[in-house]
Design a protein around this ligand. Sequence first.
Ligand SMILES: Nc1nc2c(ncn2[C@@H]2O[C@H](COP(=O)(O)OP(=O)(O)OP(=O)(O)O)[C@@H](O)[C@H]2O)c(=O)[nH]1
Ligand SMILES: [Mg+2]
Length: 353
Amino acid sequence: MKIGLIGLAASGKTTVFQALTALDSGAALRRGKKSDNIAVVEVRDERVSRLSTMYNPARTTYATIEIVDFAGAERNGANKSEIYRPPSAITGNIDALAVVLGNFSGAQGEPDPVGDLKKIEAEMLLGDMVIAENRLERIRDGYKRGRNGNGTEREDALLRRIVSEMNDGRPIRALELDCEEKKIIRVFQFLTMKPLMAVLNSEETRFGKNSVMLKEIAGACEAIEFAGRFEMELSHMQEEEARDFMNDMGIGKSACDRLAEIAYRTVNYISFYTVGSDEVRAWPLRRGMTAVEAAGTIHSDLARGFIRAECFSYDDLVECGSEKKIRERGRFRLEGKNYIVRDRDILSIRSGL
Ligand SMILES: Nc1nc2c(ncn2[C@@H]2O[C@H](COP(=O)(O)OP(=O)(O)OP(=O)(O)O)[C@@H](O)[C@H]2O)c(=O)[nH]1
Ligand SMILES: [Mg+2]
C-alpha cells in the first residue's frame, strides 16, 4: 500500500513523515535532493508477532506501507498558500492520500485545522474541475471539427456528471462509478478520486485535547492525531526511553501503527496470514476479494494452479491454542476459488502447479 502525504505548506508533512519512520527498525529511508522522501515502513501487526511466537518460523514478514512525502511546494515553484498538487505521475500509483493538518501556532498565528481541511478539499475539487472542464472543451472542439462517434460520448457524459457533482461539492470518491467508468477517467489522475484520510498534527501542549475537532474532521474522512514533532524526536531515542515518553503523552502505539489502522480502513483492506516453519507472513488484500485472488497476491502460479484453500481464523487459533485442536473442534475449513477471504483468515493454498 502506498500513501501520499499532502497538506498546506509548512503543515508538518516532513515532520510527520519522520515521525512515521521513527521507532521502526524496518524503515528504509530514501532522501532525494530535490525530490520526494520515500520510506517503506513495516506494519507491526501484533497478530503477526503472536503467530511468530506460536510457529517459531525461520522468517517473520510484516506487511509494509510505502509513504511518500512530496517535495516541498516552494521547491516546485507553486504558490505557497496553495496545496501542493503532486504531479500525476507520482499520485498515479498511490492508494490513498493523507492530509496533514497543522495544529501548532507558527508564523501564521493560531492554527485552524478544520478550516485548512475545507480549504484543501475545495482546492482539490477545483483542480479536478479544471482538468475535467479542459477535457470537455477538447471533446467539444473535436465535435465541431466533425470528429463524432469516435467513442468520446460516454466520456463526455461521465465528465459532465462528475463536474455537476463537483459543483455541488461532492468529490469523485463519493460517486458510485462502475469499473468501466473508473477506467475511463483513470488517465486524469483526479485527486478527489483517491481515498482520503487526515492526520491532525498537534503540538505537544495541544495533543490529546482535540476530541471535538477530531470528530468534526472525522465527519469528512478517517482521522487520527499525531504529536508530529514530539513523535519525530522519539526517533533519536533508545526504544525503551521512547516508550516511556510515549506513555507519558498517552500514546500507546507508534505513529506508523496508528496510521496503518486508519489506512487499512480507508482503502478497504483486510489482512490474511500464511503460517509455517519457514515463514509467518501478513498479506494485505482488498476487502471482498476471493481465495484465488488472495493466492495471486502470494504468487501468480498459486492462482493459476489453484485447487483449494485450507483455512482457519486467527481468532479460532488463539482460542483453541493449536491447529490440531482447531481440526478437532471442526473449525478447519476447505474453501474453493470463490470464497470471500475474511479479515484474520489464515490460509494455506493448495495448487497443482
Ligand atoms: N510546534 C510544532 N511545530 C511543528 C510541528 N510539526 C511541524 N512543526 C514545524 O513546522 C515547520 C514546518 O514543518 P515541516 O515538517 O517542514 O512542514 P512541511 O509541510 O513538510 O513543509 P513544506 O514541505 O515546506 O511544505 C517546521 O519548523 C517544524 O518544526 C509540531 O507538531 N509542533
Ligand atoms: Mg516538507
